[in-house]
Write a protein that binds this ligand. Structure first.
Ligand SMILES: [Zn+2]
Length: 124
């Protein structure tokens, strides 16, 4: 959270469904925990983000691990194994978590911008 404040970065939180959930920062830092702990962590992060004025958005996690962050090609075979991501379309090779984090960051930013645009009243 301190890192997010310092870099004025936002935090994208994955949807709260599934057995295991992950919280990802825009940087390749990741915490993987079980769902019983995730709800508490999500509440804590939301509280801290609000207090610190750090933007927090929830994004749809679907396909983040299968989508290429470079060309946005989606294929289950892109995810070679737990660690490796190799795009079947453009051939980019990346760490699987790094690739997924980039997708999540892009979606978080899009959701944040969409929300801000819908809330900000039109200037006369
Ligand atoms: Zn690609």
């Amino acid at each position: 959270m301190t890192e997010a404040e310092r870099t004025s970065a936002g935090i994208a939180l994955e949807d709260l469904t599934g057995i295991r959930q992950r919280v990802r920062l825009c940087r390749p830092q990741r915490v993987a925990i079980h769902s019983w702990a995730f709800a508490r962590l999500a509440a804590f992060i939301t509280y801290k983000a609000k207090r610190a004025g750090v933007p927090l958005v929830q994004v749809e996690p679907a396909y983040t691990s299968r989508e290429c962050a470079e060309c946005h090609h989606i294929d289950t075979r892109n995810r070679v194994d737990r660690a490796r991501f190799v795009c079947r379309s453009c051939g980019v090779v990346a760490h699987a978590d790094r690739n997924a984090s980039r997708n999540l960051a892009v979606r978080g930013e899009a959701a944040w911008n969409a929300g801000r645009e819908s809330r900000v009243p039109a200037t006369p």
